[in-house]
Design a protein around this ligand. Structure first.
Ligand code: PHE
Ligand code: ZN
Length: 881
């Protein structure tokens, strides 16, 4: 268990350290259970601070085994060591001095996967956010930057590879079958970016010539035999390096860039300087085992970690409250990269879908917090979709407000002004203020006020005055700790259309700033008047999702159908189709709950089928349109007193009606949207597969039979098609012989490949209905399931809790009780993983009363447990509040 007390840390208490760290020299003598770490640290006392103040270093479960001061034994009365800290007294008033700290740590026993641990026979580190203090006593905070030298000594046969950050200095034999290697990282960095990897791995190598003509060696390390599966990651890396030079003017800064894929990892990947460590799920891919979305994720995450080199590493965070400084910005950069590599509107649709399904519920529930929080108990719990995805949206809004050119100027200023520093959100925003001359004070509320703003719009057309007025009102809901909210600066991309679908430009706009197509909503209520409008306009608001808001705007199905057909912004077309679908899905859920027959409005069905058949639209877009709002989306729109079974039944009935109406279209698409030739993961081919598979889904609803899906399963020659067919069989026809046969064929074929078996677990964990719990329990006994591996746990337990509303949300509460037991079990080994999976309970208050009571009881059971990590305690207490 964590030994800290879980005290609240406040942004307002920030103070720079009293001692300045000048250099770090680390020597590791690696051993699976007894690794010796010697840290030589050179400090001086910061000018002006109390000359008597002791030096207090952070630790976590450490034992001190030696302490030297300037190479002399430190007298015992001058220091105090506990597992959580090392306090050293009577230090010089100004001169630099050297402390040599020796600790002995046990990587094999480290199941939290923070600090130095073992995975698949290799040594690996994870130090963000506060893992370095599990290696040695240190000023373990992001504003303490120093150059590092790292010496690694290990048995040669088992560890031919000895890696750390920076450039390789040299290596040699070290007697008794051992060898050593030395690395030097000249770029001052905080401890969270430290990394060490040692073991025996395969490698693929390549190189990149930077824009100034420097040659960078690129290496991706994977388990032996898996080298061919790293080729796509390497390709994505080179494209990322090129893109960052072209779009942001950023060049790589070391002679070597390394990526290591490991199988036990708490998160997606980690941007350690020059030595990124990845969850192997985001490196390994080939057509037989990876889906199109796996490829897209690999591309995005490789880019994300690489982009951190400038946004995160060279310019880092002053403190962990500023996490969005690196994460929000870097997500924005990887989104832009993917948009440039693939289809921009399709990428935007996927981003917004993700934002709405993950971040909006967080912002609307008990775990809501500002993008830049002001307090935390456990920083691990703040790697949230609010910090990442909403943080990215806030950056995107700055770009929207300033325009492309000025945004670029602001970014360049940021890189120039703050390179080598640890800074704050205020420093970041100031660069855009200085570059644009625009006051961003009100805009900055996006960083400070939690909650998704609700914008209510209504329009009226005055034919005599040829004027259209649009009344807007914004409301920011109360969130934990924030009841009073100020109106925000909301950039709304907005366009008027004539009834024939042509875009209309007003002659003037009154009472609101309107630049390009951006309307600036800054007041609580505001009415904008558009002049020179000849006929009643149809208005499209929040195009491209220019602001992360909920929009209430009553538009007739006819107007929405017009936008779906004529909007030039394809994101907005998709939004119009979604707005057509939603009321039908909501009504269906209500009807299903009351036992009424479900019926859909024809404008919606016709528009959807027309979009599916529209050959002027790219296939990937059409596939997105056909993927109706999810059950979670419907639950969110309903807002409360939710019955997952009714939502599911209603949605199924709507699917069936669309399927029947569009049967011929879907059959035609299924036959035409093939991808002949050898498999290619490119976006166009992926789009064709997505549309064909969407058509297959509707066909199987229309035909009400597993036969076609089974044939698709048997014929599939890539993982995308195979997994789609498998999912369709298992979810739609779970009791059929076809589903059972496909599930066992799949397992037998891929039982050696854990990442594919994760898909097999997830497919089964998401089978709708109460019976799935028994399946999950049985699967947990399967030898292919490993409780200690985060990917396995997430794919089975996590997916069940996060992505199966009817299964997990069984009316008898057994799903919630199961989760409570599992959380307590996982927490003993890996608190971070347990806390994250527990956030699946964040929307429990929007359930109907019976399920709510069961959910509360399960949460209380966790809260009452005798031993709980700070991570889980923090989440469970906030969730219950
Ligand atoms: N900094 C990592 C990223 O987003 C995420 C991460 C956080 C990984 C904490 C491990 C631990 O790129
Ligand atoms: Zn990141």
């Amino acid at each position: 268990m964590r030994t800290d007390t879980g005290q609240v840390i406040n942004l307002a208490d920030y103070q720079p350290t009293e001692f300045v760290l000048e250099r770090v020299d680390l020597t590791f003598e690696l051993d699976p259970t007894e690794t010796k770490v010697e840290a030589r640290l050179i400090f001086h006392r910061r000018e002006g601070v109390d000359p008597k103040a002791p030096l207090v270093l952070d630790g976590d479960e450490l034992t001190l085994s030696g302490l030297l001061f300037d190479q002399m034994e430190m007298p015992a009365d001058q220091y105090t060591a506990t597992p959580e800290s090392l306090t050293v007294r009577d230090l010089p008033a100004s001169d630099p001095f050297e402390l040599t700290i020796t600790t002995i740590i046990n990587p094999e026993a480290n199941t939290k996967l923070m600090g130095l641990y073992r995975t698949g026979g290799i040594y690996c580190t994870q130090c963000e956010a506060e893992g370095f203090r599990r290696i040695t006593y240190f000023l373990d905070r992001p504003d303490v930057l120093a150059p590092y030298t790292v010496n690694i000594i290990a048995e040669k046969a088992a560890n031919p590879l000895l890696l750390s950050n920076g450039n390789f200095l040299g290596g040699a034999g070290y007697g008794e079958g051992k060898h050593f290697a030395a690395w030097f990282d000249p770029h001052p960095k905080p401890s969270y970016l430290f990394a060490l990897v040692a073991g025996d791995l395969g490698v693929i190598e390549d190189s990149f010539t930077t824009m100034s003509g420097r040659e960078v060696a690129l290496k991706i390390y994977v388990e032996h035999g898996k080298e061919p599966r790293a080729a796509y990651a390497m390709d994505a890396l080179k494209r990322s390096m090129k893109w960052d030079e072209e779009v942001f003017g950023r060049e790589y800064d070391l002679d070597i860039f390394m990526i290591v894929a490991v199988s036990d990892f708490n998160m997606g990947a980690m941007e350690n300087k020059g030595l990124n460590v990845f969850n192997d799920k985001y490196v390994l891919a080939d057509p037989e085992t990876a889906t199109d979305s796996d490829y897209a994720n690999i591309e995005a995450i490789i880019a994300h970690e690489y982009f951190h080199n400038w946004t995160g590493n060279r310019i880092t965070c002053r403190d962990w409250f500023q996490l969005c400084l690196k994460e929000g910005l870097t997500v924005f950069r990887d989104h832009e990269f993917s948009a440039d590599q693939r289809s921009r509107p399709v990428k935007r649709i996927a981003e917004v879908r993700h934002l709405k399904s993950e971040q909006f519920p967080e912002d609307a529930g008990p775990l809501a917090h500002p993008v830049r929080p002001t307090k935390y108990r456990e920083i691990n719990n703040f790697y949230t979709t609010t910090v990442y995805e909403k943080g990215s949206e806030v950056t995107r809004m700055i770009a929207t407000l300033l325009g492309k050119e000025t945004f670029k100027k602001g970014m360049d200023l940021y890189f120039d002004r703050h390179d080598g520093q640890a800074v704050t959100i205020e420093d970041f925003v100031k660069c855009f203020k200085d570059a644009s001359g625009r006051d961003l004070t009100q805009f900055s509320l996006w960083y400070h006020q939690a909650g998704t703003p609700l914008v209510t719009a209504s329009g009226s057309y005055d034919a005599a005055a040829k004027a259209f007025s649009l009344s807007l009102e914004q409301m920011i809901p109360a969130t934990p700790g924030q009841s009073d909210k100020q109106p925000m600066h909301i950039p709304l991309n907005l366009q008027l259309f004539a009834e024939d679908g042509a875009a209309i430009a007003p002659t003037s706009v009154e009472s609101a700033e309107y630049t390009g197509t951006i309307l600036h909503l800054t007041e609580r209520t505001q009415t904008a008047v558009f002049h020179g409008i000849q006929t009643r306009p149809v208005i499209s608001i929040n195009r491209s999702f220019s602001a992360p808001i909920n929009l209430h705007f009553d538009q007739s199905p006819a107007d929405l159908a017009l936008l779906a057909r004529h909007e030039t912004d394809h994101f907005a077309c998709w939004q119009a189709l979604t707005d057509l679908a939603l009321p039908n899905l909501l009504k269906a859920a209500r009807d299903a709950r009351e036992g009424n027959p479900v019926g859909c409005e024809t404008t919606f069905v016709d528009s959807l089928v027309a979009a599916a058949a529209d050959e002027s639209l790219e296939p990937a877009f059409r596939a997105q349109a056909l993927a109706l709002p999810s059950e979670a989306d419907i639950a969110r729109e309903l807002g409360g007193n939710n019955d997952p079974d009714a939502i599911h039944a209603g949605r199924q009935a709507v699917m069936k009606q669309v399927a029947d109406a569009g049967r011929d279209t879907f059959a035609a698409l299924y036959h035409s949207m093939t991808t002949p030739g050898t498999f290619s993961p490119d976006a166009t081919s992926a789009g064709r597969r997505a549309l064909r598979n969407a058509a297959l889904t509707y066909l199987s609803y229309a035909e009400n039979s597993p036969v076609r899906a089974k044939a698709a399963f048997d014929a599939a020659n890539n993982m995308t098609d195979l997994l789609h067919a498998l999912t369709l069989l298992a979810h739609r026809f779970p009791d059929s012989a076809e589903a059972a046969e496909a599930l066992s064929t799949f397992r037998d074929r891929f039982s050696e490949n854990a990442l594919v078996i994760d898909k097999w677990f997830s497919v089964q964990a998401t089978i709708p209905g109460g019976g799935t719990l028994d399946r999950v329990l049985k699967l947990m006994e399967n030898p292919l399931f490993k409780r200690t591996n985060p990917n396995r746990v997430r794919s089975l337990v996590g997916t069940y809790a996060f992505a199966n509303p009817t299964g997990f949300g069984r009316a008898d509460g057994e799903g919630y009780r199961f989760l409570a037991r599992e959380i307590l079990d996982i927490d003993r080994r890996n608190p971070q993983l347990a806390a994250r999976i527990l956030t699946s309970m964040r929307s429990w208050r929007s359930l109907e009363p019976v399920r709510q009571d069961h959910a509360r009881a399960a949460l209380l059971e966790i809260e009452r447990a005798a031993e709980l990590s700070t991570d889980v305690r923090d989440i469970v207490e906030r969730t219950l509040k």
